[in-house]
Design a protein around this ligand. Structure first.
Ligand SMILES: Cc1cc2nc3c(=O)[nH]c(=O)nc-3n(C[C@H](O)[C@H](O)[C@H](O)COP(=O)(O)OP(=O)(O)OC[C@H]3O[C@@H](n4cnc5c(N)ncnc54)[C@H](O)[C@@H]3O)c2cc1C
Length: 510
């Protein structure tokens, strides 16, 4: 039997939600209800065994959205997976543990978010991790998430590191230095060879705690508002609608797509959008669902291997580099990685026959200028969404990725790849700028890092303040990837966990 009211109700047991639940239990006597739309993550090989992570795409553990087509991506509808299971996207993701660059967080603070500069959030990054390399000024030990370097690098991953070095990049023994620029083995959230997910690391140890109730297969559909105060919410479970109260706060940790959707369903969002779908506005917040950002991943530069490649290992990548598309940039805007199997878009696969024994080098734009949005097309919790990242709409993003293609091909031309590459498959030869741009539009994909749709800040478009409180509402916070005002220049799960730690510190301090 579910109690009628809890001190805190958390929506979504993902990367950030698991952190908030755990820290509230450790730091207060409060009662906590954690509601997760997906099911359990226990005993599922594809969730725990790193090289199997791609099997989760399109599975029951994936919400499986698609971005809206646009002419900038050759009218393709690009897949957007999101975790639907305990641990959220942190249970299905590619296990890369990366913080990004110091400048990413300094920019959040400079935009008016006090306390979010790199120096201030560094202790929270450190608190979350148990780094195999030991404690230092920049790395933490003893935290819940075990972080290790990728081991036994696959020949393709090892070649990428050597090729980057001979190209002139510094070797990064630890890619999580504050200002990464160079190439090295990835940091992965892995313990004893299995995924150390936010659910395994933060939630599982307290699952039996008397103050914690975790409900899976429970989809929150609406917040209860008394005036502008959030007093609880409604959720669906087993086909029934239930209501529950929150005497202190509701904390939205449903991620960059579902947190704005839940606010919109509850009448918190841009009034003109809400009117169009017949939802009465409670708080007119124009920024809800706007400012969508994602990294653009280019799938991929493909090479046939000279000799049979060993089976893929680690997270199918294993190493990575950060580099600039133009030498004058102060912060690298490109990330590049190997993929130990052929990873190409459907459009490119239809154009070129792809041999089995092949691998890819994948450039990604990690400081995109494009900004998108999401809109509900109907006032239904599971109704259609329009999610538009506006990939490649900005000429600067196109220029940077054209440079990314050149960089990838230059890396592949280094001596380290000479014994590995039989021939270039995609593209078969160096391309003119025009052909490169056409290639980008047909190949680009999502890096699966949507953020920013409930951005933190103080301007008219800001949805939460620097303490993550929803502006214009009471008793309601957001703690997940949606609050990032700008996307960090590396993968987003470590930053999402850090945001969970930030919110927890505020809640525990009371
Ligand atoms: C396939 C994939 C690969 C990725 N690879 C990497 C990687 O290698 N490294 C990296 O750093 N990042 C990676 N990411 C991104 C990273 O995992 C996310 O940025 C991060 O997990 C986001 O955390 P979050 O807490 O904001 O949301 P999530 O972790 O997505 O959690 C949201 C949770 O809320 C639940 N939920 C949503 N709506 C409701 C509702 N209405 N009611 C109840 N529950 C709800 C969801 O089911 C989910 O469990 C990847 C993501 C994906 C999908």
């Amino acid at each position: 039997m579910l109690a009628g009211s809890f001190d805190y109700v958390i929506v979504g047991a993902g990367s950030a939600g698991c952190v908030v639940a755990r820290r509230l239990l450790d730091g207060t006597d409060a009662t906590v209800l954690l509601l997760e739309a997906g099911g359990s993550d226990e005993g599922v090989n594809s969730l725990s065994n790193p090289p199997q992570w791609v099997e989760n795409l399109g599975s029951r553990y994936d919400w499986a959205y698609r971005y809206e087509p646009s002419p900038h991506v050759a009218h393709r509808s690009i897949p957007l997976p999101l975790g639907k299971v305990l641990g959220g996207s942190g249970s299905i993701n590619g296990l890369v543990w990366a913080r990004g660059h110091r400048a990413d967080y300094d920019a959040w603070a400079e935009a008016g978010n006090a306390g979010w500069d790199f120096h201030s959030v560094l202790p929270l990054f450190k608190k979350s991790e148990d780094w195999e390399g030991g404690a230092s000024a920049f790395r933490g030990t003893g935290g819940p998430i075990r972080v290790e370097r990728a081991r036994d690098l696959h020949p393709v991953a090892a070649a990428l590191v050597d090729a980057g070095r001979s190209y002139g990049m510094p070797y990064l023994d630890d890619v999580n230095v504050p200002e990464p620029g160079g190439v090295g083995p990835m940091n992965l959230n892995v313990k004893g060879g299995t995924r150390c997910s936010p659910s395994r690391a933060y939630l599982r140890p307290v699952m039996g705690h008397q103050n914690l109730t975790v409900l899976t297969e429970a989809q929150v559909v609406k917040l209860t508002l008394s005036g502008t105060r959030c007093t609880g919410l409604d959720f669906l479970r087993d086909g029934q609608r239930h209501s529950v109260g929150a005497s202190r706060e509701v904390i939205l940790c449903a991620g960059a797509i579902h947190t704005p959707r839940l606010l919109l369903l509850s009448g918190i969002g841009p009034q003109e959008d809400l009117e169009q779908i017949g939802i009465e506005t409670v708080v007119d917040l124009p920024g809800v669902g706007r400012n969508l950002q994602d990294h653009i991943l280019l799938a991929g530069l493909c090479f046939e291997a000279k000799r049979p490649l060993p089976p893929p290992n680690n997270n199918l990548a294993g190493s990575a580099g950060f580099w600039s598309s133009r030498p004058e940039l102060a912060v690298p805007d490109l990330m590049f990685l190997p993929v130990q199997i052929p990873y190409i878009s459907d459009a490119i696969g239809a154009q070129y026959p792809i041999p089995q024994n092949a691998f890819t080098i994948v450039p990604a734009l990690v400081r995109p200028r494009s900004r998108g949005y999401l809109r509900m097309k109907a006032a239904e919790p599971n109704g259609p969404l329009e999610i538009q990242p506006n990939f490649l709409a900005e000429p600067a993003d196109v220029d940077a990725l054209v440079a990314g293609v050149e960089l990838g091909l230059d890396i592949a031309s280094q001596p380290a790849f000479r014994d590995l590459i039989k021939r270039r498959v995609v593209p078969p030869e160096r391309m003119s700028r025009e052909d490169s741009v056409a290639f980008l539009r047909r190949s680009c994909s999502s890096y699966f890092h949507p953020v920013g749709t409930c951005a933190m800040g103080s301007g008219r478009e800001a949805v939460v303040d620097a303490e993550l409180r929803v502006r214009g509402a009471l008793g309601l916070r957001v703690a997940d990837a949606s609050v990032m005002p700008t996307i960090p220049s590396a993968n987003t799960q470590a930053p999402a966990v850090m945001i969970g730690e930030f919110a927890s510190r505020l809640l525990v301090a009371g």
